[in-house]
Design a protein around this ligand. Structure first.
Ligand SMILES: [Zn+2]
Ligand SMILES: [Zn+2]
Length: 113
Protein backbone atom coordinates (compact mmCIF):
# COMPACT_ATOMS: atom_id res chain seq x y z
CA UNK A 1 0.00 0.00 0.00
CA UNK A 2 1.34 3.39 -0.93
CA UNK A 3 1.09 6.07 1.69
CA UNK A 4 -0.69 9.10 0.29
CA UNK A 5 1.79 11.79 -0.58
CA UNK A 6 1.41 14.90 1.52
CA UNK A 7 3.36 18.08 1.87
CA UNK A 8 3.73 20.28 4.93
CA UNK A 9 3.17 23.99 4.41
CA UNK A 10 6.34 25.81 5.52
CA UNK A 11 4.24 28.76 6.68
CA UNK A 12 1.42 27.24 8.72
CA UNK A 13 2.67 23.68 9.21
CA UNK A 14 -0.52 22.06 8.00
CA UNK A 15 -0.49 19.06 5.69
CA UNK A 16 -1.69 19.23 2.13
CA UNK A 17 -1.80 16.98 -0.87
CA UNK A 18 1.10 17.42 -3.25
CA UNK A 19 -1.16 19.22 -5.72
CA UNK A 20 -3.03 21.49 -3.33
CA UNK A 21 0.15 22.68 -1.59
CA UNK A 22 1.15 24.70 -4.66
CA UNK A 23 -2.23 26.42 -4.56
CA UNK A 24 -2.16 26.83 -0.80
CA UNK A 25 1.35 28.24 -0.34
CA UNK A 26 0.88 31.60 -2.12
CA UNK A 27 -2.49 32.09 -0.39
CA UNK A 28 -1.02 31.15 2.98
CA UNK A 29 1.86 33.58 2.53
CA UNK A 30 -0.55 36.34 1.56
CA UNK A 31 -2.63 35.65 4.67
CA UNK A 32 0.53 35.56 6.76
CA UNK A 33 1.54 39.01 5.48
CA UNK A 34 -1.87 40.50 6.30
CA UNK A 35 -1.87 38.98 9.77
CA UNK A 36 1.71 40.02 10.44
CA UNK A 37 0.94 43.61 9.48
CA UNK A 38 -1.86 43.70 12.02
CA UNK A 39 0.30 42.52 14.88
CA UNK A 40 1.87 44.83 17.43
CA UNK A 41 5.39 45.76 16.35
CA UNK A 42 7.13 43.58 18.94
CA UNK A 43 5.26 40.48 17.78
CA UNK A 44 5.97 40.87 14.09
CA UNK A 45 8.09 38.19 12.52
CA UNK A 46 10.45 37.88 9.62
CA UNK A 47 8.73 36.47 6.59
CA UNK A 48 9.17 32.69 6.44
CA UNK A 49 11.54 31.49 3.78
CA UNK A 50 10.91 28.34 1.87
CA UNK A 51 13.50 25.85 3.15
CA UNK A 52 16.30 25.14 0.68
CA UNK A 53 15.63 21.42 0.64
CA UNK A 54 12.15 21.96 -0.73
CA UNK A 55 12.73 21.11 -4.34
CA UNK A 56 9.05 20.96 -5.07
CA UNK A 57 9.13 17.60 -6.77
CA UNK A 58 9.08 15.01 -4.04
CA UNK A 59 7.39 14.62 -0.72
CA UNK A 60 10.11 13.05 1.35
CA UNK A 61 10.20 13.03 5.10
CA UNK A 62 13.21 15.36 5.07
CA UNK A 63 11.36 17.97 3.07
CA UNK A 64 8.30 17.79 5.26
CA UNK A 65 10.46 17.95 8.35
CA UNK A 66 12.20 21.10 7.08
CA UNK A 67 8.85 22.67 6.24
CA UNK A 68 7.53 21.75 9.65
CA UNK A 69 10.56 23.30 11.37
CA UNK A 70 10.03 26.45 9.36
CA UNK A 71 6.39 26.63 10.43
CA UNK A 72 7.36 26.00 14.07
CA UNK A 73 9.76 28.94 13.91
CA UNK A 74 6.72 31.12 13.29
CA UNK A 75 5.48 30.44 16.80
CA UNK A 76 6.28 32.89 19.55
CA UNK A 77 7.11 31.86 23.12
CA UNK A 78 5.08 33.23 26.01
CA UNK A 79 7.41 35.25 28.25
CA UNK A 80 5.59 33.92 31.30
CA UNK A 81 5.21 30.19 30.80
CA UNK A 82 7.42 29.46 27.79
CA UNK A 83 4.72 27.78 25.73
CA UNK A 84 4.69 28.69 22.07
CA UNK A 85 1.74 30.16 20.23
CA UNK A 86 0.81 31.73 16.97
CA UNK A 87 1.02 35.51 17.51
CA UNK A 88 -2.74 36.04 17.53
CA UNK A 89 -3.14 33.19 20.01
CA UNK A 90 -0.31 34.58 22.13
CA UNK A 91 -2.17 37.87 22.47
CA UNK A 92 -5.29 36.01 23.64
CA UNK A 93 -3.21 33.85 25.94
CA UNK A 94 -1.39 36.77 27.54
CA UNK A 95 -4.63 38.64 28.07
CA UNK A 96 -5.29 36.17 30.86
CA UNK A 97 -2.10 37.43 32.47
CA UNK A 98 -1.75 41.15 32.22
CA UNK A 99 0.31 42.93 34.89
CA UNK A 100 -1.56 46.15 34.14
CA UNK A 101 -4.95 44.50 34.51
CA UNK A 102 -7.14 45.72 37.33
CA UNK A 103 -7.59 42.21 38.70
CA UNK A 104 -4.33 40.29 38.92
CA UNK A 105 -4.75 36.69 37.94
CA UNK A 106 -2.30 33.93 38.79
CA UNK A 107 -0.31 32.37 35.99
CA UNK A 108 0.44 29.11 37.70
CA UNK A 109 0.60 25.70 36.02
CA UNK A 110 -2.78 24.89 37.55
CA UNK A 111 -4.24 27.88 35.80
CA UNK A 112 -5.60 26.60 32.52
CA UNK A 113 -5.22 29.20 29.84
ZN1 LIG B 1 -0.05 27.22 5.00
ZN1 LIG C 1 1.85 31.84 29.34
Amino acid sequence: MVRPCFRVCYICGREFGSKSISIHEPQCLEKWRIENDQLPRHLRRVEPRKPEVLTGGSCTLTENEAAYQSAQAQLLPCGNCGRTFLPDRLIVHQNCFNPQAAIPRPHSPQFIH
